[in-house]
Design a protein around this ligand. Structure first.
Ligand code: C2E
Ligand code: CA
Ligand code: CA
Length: 361
C-alpha cells in the first residue's frame, strides 16, 4: 500500500483499506491486485504452509455514500455479493442493496407475519443410526405469505439478519419449537427439538436467559433442546459468542456446529467451544457416493470428531447407499430426504407411527 493508504482491521478476518488517492474503480482494482498478489505466497506457520484466499467489496466516495456508516454498509453488501458469486471482488451497485423497495416491503411484512400467525415450523427427523430410532427433529421456519404462498427461509432469514428483526424471529421460532416439544412429551413422544441460531443471536447477551425462561414456561428439560450454530456466527465475535455458548451449555442445552466443513476453522479450535456435536454439511454428504474426495472428508471428519469426543450428524442423506456408508463409518446420526423431508406437525406424527424408525422408548 502507499503511505497515504490506511489499513484497518474491522474484526475477525475482515479488513478495510482506505485509498484516499484512488480516483476510480480501476485505481481500487490496482491496489486490490497488489494485495491478492501478496497473498499468493503461502504463509508458513509452525512449519505448515497456509494459503489465504480473500474476497473484496469496493465502494467509491462520494458516489456510493457520503458518510462512514453508509459506505460500510454498502461495502458489506458488495463483499457479500463477491462471496456469493465466488468472485475476487465486487463493486457496490444498487441491486446488491437489500433496501430495494421489494425487499423493504417483505421485511416490513415479516414484522407482522409473526403476530398474524403466518410463520410456521416444519420438522425434519434426525435418525440415530446405531439405535435405529429418531434422535430428534430440526425445526425449520416457513412463511405462509398471503400473496406469495410459502416463502422458504433463504428468502427472508438473511433479510431479517440484516436488521434487529432476527432477534424476534429467533424468539418466535424458539417459543414455537419448545412449546411443540412440550406437547409431544405430554403425549409420551419423547422427541428432542433443534433450532437454528442466526448471527446476531450470539451477540445478544439476553439469549441464555430467554432460553431458560422459555424452557421453564413450557416445562421442557434443557437437554431436550439443541441449538445449531454455524462457524460464521461464532466468528463474527468469537469472545462474545464463547460467553453466550458457555452460558447456554451451563443451562444444559446441547449445542452443535452446523454446516461443518464449509467454514475455515479446524475441529481442534471448535473443540474449545462448549459444543457436543458437529453436523457435516450436506454438500459433502450428498456427493459421497460419487466423489472419493468427499468420502474421505466425511470419513476423516467422523474420526476426528469422535477422537475429540463429539457426536457426528450427517445432513443431506439422499440415498440408501449413503446411509449405509455413513453407518459403516460410525456416523452417529443422519438427516436427509432419503429418511424424510421436513414436515408439518401432523405429517410428522403420521411419519413417526408409520416409519420403521421408532421413538426410543
Ligand atoms: P440448514 O440449517 O443447513 O437446514 C438444512 C436445510 O437442508 C433445510 O432447508 C432442509 O430442508 C434441507 N435439506 C434437508 N435434507 C436435505 C437433503 O437430503 N438434501 C438436500 N439437498 N437438502 C436437504 P431449508 O428448510 O430451506 O433451510 C435452509 C436454511 O435456512 C437452513 O439451513 C438454515 O440455515 C436456515 N433456517 C431455516 N430455518 C431457520 C430458523 O428457524 N432460524 C434460522 N436462523 N435459520 C433458519
Ligand atoms: Ca441447521
Ligand atoms: Ca446445515
Amino acid at each position: 500500500l502507499q503511505t497515504s493508504d490506511v489499513l484497518a482491521r474491522l474484526g475477525g478476518a475482515e479488513f478495510i483499506v482506505l485509498l484516499p488517492e484512488a480516483r476510480d474503480v480501476a485505481d481500487a482494482m490496482r491496489a486490490l491486485r497488489k494485495i491478492t498478489g501478496a497473498l499468493k505466497t503461502p504463509f508458513i506457520v509452525e512449519g505448515i504452509f497456509l494459503l489465504v484466499t480473500m474476497s473484496a467489496g469496493i465502494v467509491l466516495f462520494p458516489e456510493h455514500g457520503t458518510d462512514g456508516e453508509t459506505l460500510l454498509r454498502h461495502v458489506d453488501m458488495a463483499l457479500h455479493e463477491a462471496k456469493e458469486s465466488r468472485k475476487d471482488a465486487c463493486v457496490y451497485i444498487q441491486t446488491h442493496d437489500l433496501n430495494t423497495p421489494e425487499r423493504l416491503k417483505l421485511l416490513g411484512e415479516l414484522r407482522y407475519a409473526m403476530d398474524r400467525g403466518e410463520l410456521f415450523l416444519v420438522y425434519q427427523p434426525k435418525i440415530n443410526v446405531h439405535e435405529r430410532c429418531i434422535s430428534g427433529v430440526e425445526a425449520l421456519v416457513r412463511w405462509r405469505h398471503p400473496e406469495r404462498g410459502v416463502v422458504p427461509p433463504d428468502k427472508f432469514v438473511y433479510l431479517a439478519e440484516q436488521t434487529g428483526l432476527v432477534q424476534h424471529l429467533t424468539s418466535w421460532v424458539l417459543n414455537a419449537a419448545i412449546r411443540q416439544c412440550h406437547i409431544w412429551h405430554q403425549k409420551g413422544k419423547f422427541i428432542n427439538v433443534a433450532v437454528n441460531l442466526s448471527v446476531g443471536n450470539l451477540q445478544n447477551i439476553h439469549l441464555p436467559n430467554e432460553v431458560e425462561e422459555l424452557l421453564r414456561l413450557h416445562e421442557v428439560s434443557p437437554s431436550s433442546l439443541e441449538l445449531e450454530i454455524t462457524e460464521s456466527i461464532i466468528m463474527a465475535d468469537p469472545a462474545r459468542a464463547m460467553d453466550i455458548l458457555t452460558a447456554l451449555r451451563r443451562l444444559g442445552v446441547r449445542l452443535s456446529i452446523d454446516d461443518f466443513g464449509t467454514g475455515y476453522s479446524s475441529l481442534g479450535y471448535l473443540r474449545r467451544l462448549p459444543v457436543d456435536q458437529v453436523k457435516i454439511d450436506k454438500s459433502f454428504v450428498m456427493d459421497m457416493a460419487a466423489s472419493e474426495e468427499d468420502s474421505v472428508i466425511v470419513r476423516s471428519t467422523i474420526d476426528l470428531a469422535h477422537n475429540l469426543g463429539l457426536r457426528v450428524v450427517a445432513e443431506g442423506v439422499e440415498t440408501e447407499g449413503v446411509l449405509e456408508r455413513l453407518t459403516g463409518l460410525g456416523c452417529d446420526a443422519a438427516q436427509g430426504y432419503y429418511l424424510s423431508m421436513p414436515m408439518e406437525e401432523e405429517a410428522l406424527m403420521r411419519w413417526v407411527s408409520e416409519s420403521p424408525w421408532g421413538i426410543k422408548g
